[in-house]
Structure formats: structure tokens, C-alpha cells
Design a protein around this ligand. Structure first.
Ligand code: GLA
Length: 730
């Protein structure tokens, strides 16, 4: 059992292969946090918590005259409200009597085998071979009768600990939640820590930013109704010296696709508190007597081996314990071509078949019909919500079109944007009240579309019925599920005034229900998520879709940064990456090397390519399939940082058994008569001998990792190299 309760010391320790996490039912039954980091065995870590009079600090009433116990200085497992702790709270509740107060004390605990699940929100899961255990600790406030249940999942081999939270109103009247954080982690000394996050914008998602902790609350989050382009629900707290390969790093990844907030606060004593959960903005959630609220799951990992060590933990775990799609490991993902940048909305069935025929010569296996096939949709001002095939465009009907594509030996995919409605649509004309518009006000327009009220059951049912009908009408192999605006005008016509503060969250719950009913009922369809590019690329979405469109920005040089940042937490096999016309001066070969970092496909008009270009694409598609086991199952290494000055960007995939590796280099800026450049490999077996691209000459893993490979000089701009390293012998 990976969870140990020590009766004598009242400590509870969670053990993974390399880490320990400890809490204690301490003084006056407060639940204290004692440790998270490299394994410490069964040691009681309470010795580090010093009790002394800090001057003018609040002390719980029950500690009487002892001024040394202040919650403002104690490391807590779940920071509470109005108990003299003035740091950021994990909960803010308005009690039935109107008071803002929560005094939760540890009441009991339960340890069980297996991984807990939540009723309303997606969670990671345990596979048969995993050792996973769960812990539930109940905090109880006897005055309000509000129970907080802290949930922990411990994945021993994976070195992963998850947390989630439930609030149960056991009182007689309604209470309101204004803030509920899923994770709270206190560090006794955080002055020398840095915070790494993944901010961005449309077309430039998940860039990497690092900031030293200073004495204020460093907040990252989203209030856009989705996890957003602008921030990602992931952050790292690390040693100031931590780098790609060295240093202590803590990762926090939130399984939630709506508004989120992470606050890292360095306090007056240099203690550091991290909380993460649903963003409290416009969050006011009523719990009637007997009702339970669930907060989303946070997935935590710790590594002493820098960002790479931490990324590997997340990559391995998210590849196996996040998404149940058969495309995760049992079925290879097809090379696809998407119609968007080829034709935008200007296509018909004949054009699609032409693209498919040309793409077939390029080794493409799947044609995706993107936006424009439904309702009245010749531009992006109309049609959303009318999920009926537009037979003026698809004259032969969907069924026949798919048959034609199938007859070419190819599969067929389709695009939806379920959560949106155009004002110029039959759906809006029939049900204007289904859209999120505040009465008496005009809704904010964004791409001329309005969000549907996903919290509403009829809306959910309509989408489930309509989309399932399309999916069941034809032989559809793939679905791209898009959302192309941020939510404003948060409002539901069916909720009373006092419940409008629940709409942001209820939207997400409704969305997950729709996804459950469409995605989980079509286990043979490959789903890809998309949000104006990669604006909702989060682990909850990756619970449903094995892949996500990284960005609408297909420029291969920008993609180097996009893939680099995304890879901090998400495995490269989740990254939708295509070759398109974007990047005029970048050779097709280089575009292919970049797209091979992810799921690989095309986003261009294949009929415009010359025979020679089509042949080249065929070779690239074949190479993608040849290296699939390396790039989809291997360990990923970031060899250079594209945010730093340098002449090339390089990355590498290495199979788990270290027998094969694919090392990719893109030359971004080689100057005339510049210094000789070398690229050092990582992750190889130092003693083994490797061939490079099938050559006769062998180099040891040690040579390749310590001296590296020389990069050709005086190559054309934006050249790329792929080195396939193969171990000789056993
Ligand atoms: C978004 C997506 C694109 C494309 C368009 C269609 O921008 O990111 O890939 O599907 O929508 O409208």
C-alpha cells in the first residue's frame, strides 16, 4: 500500500517510487502539510515546523494563551478561511447565516485500493498493471456542518499524485461557494523558487515564461470560459538553478477546460503557497442541504531531474492514464489531409474527391472535411448550429461522398463546432433563448458567433442527437471538434437570478456530458480537439481526444517554439501538426521534419502540388509511419531552447529500450563562415554503438551524447536534418 497512516505520529504519507508526500493531523486537529519531494521513508517531518511567537499573528481561540500556533505560519494541506491565515485561501464559503467562514478540522480518513473517480468531471484512471491507491480525508466544520473531502490518488510506479476536492453541505440551509481550490501545497521555504508557466495568444500558444518568486501573489489563470490560448492550466515551481536536465521541479496540471486559477504566494516568512482550481471570477455556487460540489482534479509530479525529468513523468502518465481511445496505443493514427487551408469554405463534393485523389499519391490515409459543409456556411457569419449537410455543396450527400473517399482506399473525417451558434442560422431563429445573451443587452460578438448555453439540458440533447445522427449516417473515422471564441455574456435563461454565478462551471459540466455522449459512444472514431488552434489544450480535453490541434499557426519556424512549450507537459503524440503553405521560404522537407514531431498531416491543396512534390510527400508520410513507434512511444528530449539565441532548434525521440532514436534539427540561422555547430544527443545507452542513418560508421552513445554530431555547414536557409540512430547488437 502506497499510503501509510502512522497512528503514533498521526502522519499520513503517500509513497511513490521516488517521492513522498506527507501530511499530519496536527495540533487542534488541523491538517498540516509536512512534505513533498524525494522519498523520506517513514520519517515524521514535523520536526521542521517551528512554533514561535511571530508577533501580532492570529491564534486559534482553542490554543488559549499559547501564541506560538498561528495558521498564518503553519504549512496547511487545505488553507481555510477566517482563521487567522491571511494568505490565499483554498475555500471561500458564504454560510447560511451570511458569515464568510470555514473552520475545517480533520474528522476522519479512508484509504482504499484503486483510483477514485469523480461523478461530474473527467479524471485520470488506473490501468490493470498500475499500483494505484486512494486516500480521502474529511475536514468538518461543526458550526456550519460543511464537509470538505480531500481526495488523493497515488500512482506508485508513475511517480504521480493527484488531488481533487468535494464540498458537502450537511447543514440545514443553502451555502454558497465563492472559491474552491483543488490543490493547496505549502512549502516552508520558497524564496529561491521560480515559477514556469505557458502563456501565449492566438497563433502563439504555450510560449514558456519563467519568473522568480517575489513577495506577492503570482497568479495565472483564465476568465475566458475556456482554459485559453493566453494561459494553460499547468505550471512548474522549481529551484532557481533548475534547468532542462538538473534541479528540483514540481508540476501542477489541472484537468479542467474552463476558467482556472493558480496562485503562488511567497509570504512574509518566505514560505510559499500554491493553490490551483476553478477561477473564482463570477463563481457563486449554491449548495442546498445534502448537495455536493466537486472540484476538478490536479495532477502533480515531482522530479529532481529538471524540466526533462518532469516532462517525462507527465508524458508517460498522460500517454497511458488519461485517454481511453483505442488510438492511444492500439491503433496507429493515420496521416491526414485537412481541407481548411486548401479550400476554406469554398468546396464541394467534387473538389474534396480531387483533393483526396491527389493526397492519396502523397501517402495520405484520411481526408478531413473542415468547416463549411453544413447549413448555410459560405463564410464565418452564418450557419453554426445547423448540423445538417448542405447538399448544395455536398451534392451527392454525405453518405455517398464518404463512399467515394473510401473507394479510393482512404478514410473520411469531419469538422464540428458544437458549442456555437450563428445569429444567422435556423437554430438561432428557432431557439434564440439557447444562446448566451444577457437579457436587454447585445452579446459580444466574436467571429460573429455566440456561445450556446451548454449548461442547458435541451441544448445538450440537441447536440447529442444531431452530431450522433451525422456520425451514424456515414462511415466517419475522424472528428475535429472545434471552439472558436472565448465566452463573454455569461447567462442562462433557465437558471434563476441567484444561480447565474454557476453558469461558467455548468457550461463545462454540460460540455463534458455532451462529449461523454458523443465521444465515448463512438470508440472507433478518432477525435481531435481544436480551439481556434490550441486554445483549450488541457488534460481534461485530452481525456476525450488523443490529439489536439496545437495552433492555427502552421509556420514551421514558429512551430518550433509551439512544440517546445507544449511539450513541457503534453506528450508529443497529442500534438496536431501539419504541413501547409505557411512558411514560404521553408523547404517542404523541413516542414515535414517539424510536423513529424507531432501527429503529422497536410493542410494544403494537394491538387496544386507538382508530381515531384507529391512524391516527396509520399516519402515523408512513409517516414512518419516508419518512425511512429519512436515518436509516439519514445521519450522526448528538448535539445535546444528556441527562445534563446542560437542557430538551430533540435529535439529527439528515443525508444524506451534505447535501441532507436530520431534526432531532428532545424537550422534557423546559420551565418556565413560561422562556427562549426554540433548537436549532442540525449537519452542513449552510453556504452552501446549506434549507426547514424544506416551508415557503416558506428558511434558510441557516449560519443553522441558528449561530443555530438557535427551539423553540415553552408546549408540553404531553414534546412533540416533527421538522424536516425540505431543500436547495433543487443
Ligand atoms: C479554427 C481552427 C481551424 C479551422 C477553422 C474553421 O480556426 O483552428 O483549423 O478548423 O476554425 O473555421
Amino acid at each position: 500500500m502506497a499510503i501509510i497512516f502512522n497512528e503514533q505520529t498521526k502522519t499520513i504519507t503517500l509513497h511513490t517510487k521516488n517521492t513522498s508526500y506527507q501530511m499530519k493531523i496536527g495540533n487542534l486537529s488541523y491538517l498540516l502539510h509536512l512534505y513533498y519531494g524525494p522519498s523520506i521513508g517513514d520519517e515524521d517531518m514535523n520536526y521542521q515546523v517551528m512554533q514561535y511567537d511571530r508577533g501580532f499573528s492570529g491564534n486559534p481561540y482553542e490554543s488559549r494563551n499559547a501564541r506560538t500556533f498561528s495558521l498564518d505560519a503553519q504549512p496547511q494541506e487545505f488553507s481555510t478561511q477566517q482563521q487567522g491565515d491571511f494568505r490565499t485561501a483554498s475555500i471561500e464559503v458564504v454560510n447560511t447565516d451570511g458569515s464568510y467562514s470555514y473552520h475545517g478540522k480533520a474528522l476522519d480518513y479512508k484509504i482504499s485500493q484503486g483510483k477514485y473517480q469523480l461523478d461530474t468531471l473527467p479524471c485520470v484512471f488506473a490501468n490493470d498493471k498500475d499500483t494505484a491507491d486512494s486516500l480521502e480525508i474529511t475536514l468538518f466544520d461543526p458550526v456550519s456542518s460543511v464537509k470538505v473531502v480531500l481526495l488523493y490518488g497515488v500512482f506508485e510506479e508513475a511517480d504521480i499524485i493527484t488531488r481533487a476536492v468535494k464540498v458537502v453541505n450537511q447543514g440545514q440551509g443553502s451555502i454558497h461557494l465563492r472559491k474552491i481550490m483543488s490543490v493547496c501545497l505549502d512549502f516552508l521555504n520558497g524564496a529561491d523558487m521560480d515559477l514556469v508557466s505557458l502563456p501565449g495568444r492566438y497563433g502563439q500558444e504555450r510560449q514558456v515564461e519563467r519568473q522568480p518568486m517575489t513577495h506577492h501573489i503570482h497568479a495565472i489563470g483564465s476568465v475566458r470560459g475556456s482554459s485559453s490560448h493566453q494561459q494553460n492550466p499547468f505550471l512548474i515551481l522549481c529551484d532557481r538553478e533548475a534547468s532542462e536536465d538538473y534541479g528540483r521541479c514540481y508540476g501542477f496540471s489541472l484537468m479542467y477546460s474552463g476558467n482556472f486559477l493558480a496562485e503562488a504566494e511567497l509570504d512574509q516568512y518566505d514560505q510559499l503557497r500554491l493553490v490551483m482550481g476553478i477561477n473564482p471570477k463570477q463563481f457563486y455556487y449554491e449548495l442546498k442541504p445534502g448537495e455536493t460540489f466537486e472540484g476538478p482534479e490536479a495532477v502533480m509530479a515531482f522530479s529532481e531531474h529538471g524540466f526533462t525529468g518532469l516532462s517525462h513523468l507527465y508524458h508517460d502518465f498522460y500517454r497511458t492514464n488519461l485517454c481511453r481511445s483505442k488510438f492511444v496505443k492500439d491503433v496507429q493514427r493515420p496521416v491526414l489531409i485537412n481541407s481548411w487551408e486548401a479550400a476554406f469554405m469554398d468546396f464541394d463534393d467534387v473538389k474534396l474527391v480531387e483533393i483526396a485523389k491527389a493526397a492519396k499519391n502523397m501517402g495520405v490515409e484520411l481526408l478531413v472535411m473542415d468547416d463549411g459543409w453544413f447549413g448555410k456556411r459560405d463564410d464565418d457569419n452564418s450557419g453554426l448550429g445547423d448540423w445538417f449537410v448542405n447538399e448544395n455543396k455536398i451534392k451527392c450527400g454525405l453518405h455517398k461522398l464518404v463512399e467515394q473517399i473510401n473507394q479510393l482506399g482512404m478514410k473520411f473525417g469531419i469538422w464540428f463546432e458544437p458549442e456555437m451558434v450563428s445569429e444567422d442560422s435556423d437554430l438561432y431563429r428557432a431557439h434564440p433563448d439557447w444562446a448566451m445573451e444577457i437579457p436587454g443587452r447585445h452579446a459580444v460578438r466574436s467571429r460573429n458567433q455566440i456561445a450556446l448555453d451548454m449548461s442547458r439540458l435541451e441544448v445538450q440533447d440537441y447536440l447529442i442527437e444531431r452530431i450522433n445522427a451525422i456520425l451514424d449516417d456515414a462511415n466517419i473515422y475522424y472528428v475535429k471538434w472545434d471552439i472558436n471564441r472565448s465566452l463573454a455574456d455569461i447567462w442562462s435563461n433557465v437558471l434563476p437570478a441567484e444561480k447565474q454565478g454557476e453558469v461558467y462551471h455548468r457550461y463545462i459540466l454540460g460540455l463534458y456530458r455532451v462529449m461523454d455522449e458523443i465521444i465515448l459512444t463512438h470508440p472507433d472514431i478518432l477525435f481531435e480537439g481544436c480551439s481556434g488552434g490550441g486554445g483549450r489544450y488541457d488534460p481534461a480535453m485530452l481525456h476525450y481526444y488523443p490529439q489536439y490541434w496545437v495552433s492555427d499557426n502552421n509556420n514551421p519556424i514558429d512551430r518550433l517554439k509551439l512544440h517546445y512549450g507544449t511539450s513541457f507537459v503534453y506528450p508529443t503524440c497529442t500534438m496536431g501538426a501539419h504541413i501547409s503553405d505557411s512558411g514560404k521560404f521553408v523547404p517542404l522537407e523541413t516542414k515535414a521534419v517539424v510536423a513529424m514531431c507531432g501527429t503529422f498531416g497536410y493542410e494544403l491543396d494537394a491538387t496544386h502540388l507538382s508530381k515531384k512534390e507529391q512524391e516527396l510527400c509520399k516519402k515523408q508520410s512513409d517516414l512518419f509511419r516508419k518512425y511512429y513507434h519512436i515518436t509516439f512511444e519514445g521519450d522526448f528530449y528538448r535539445l535546444t531552447n528556441p527562445f534563446k539565441p542560437g542557430n538551430m532548434t533540435a529535439w529527439q525521440h528515443v525508444t524506451k529500450d534505447k535501441r532507436e532514436s530520431l534526432l531532428s534539427v532545424v537550422v534557423t540561422n546559420l551565418t556565413f563562415n560561422g562556427p562549426q555547430e554540433y548537436i549532442r544527443a540525449k537519452g542513449l545507452d552510453p556504452k552501446a554503438m549506434y549507426s547514424v542513418n544506416g551508415g557503416k560508421e558506428l558511434h558510441s552513445g557516449s560519443a553522441l551524447m558528449n561530443a555530438g554530431l557535427p551539423i553540415n555547414r553552408e546549408v540553404p536557409e531553414y534546412s533540416a536534418f533527421q538522424f536516425h540512430l540505431a543500436r547495433k547488437g543487443k
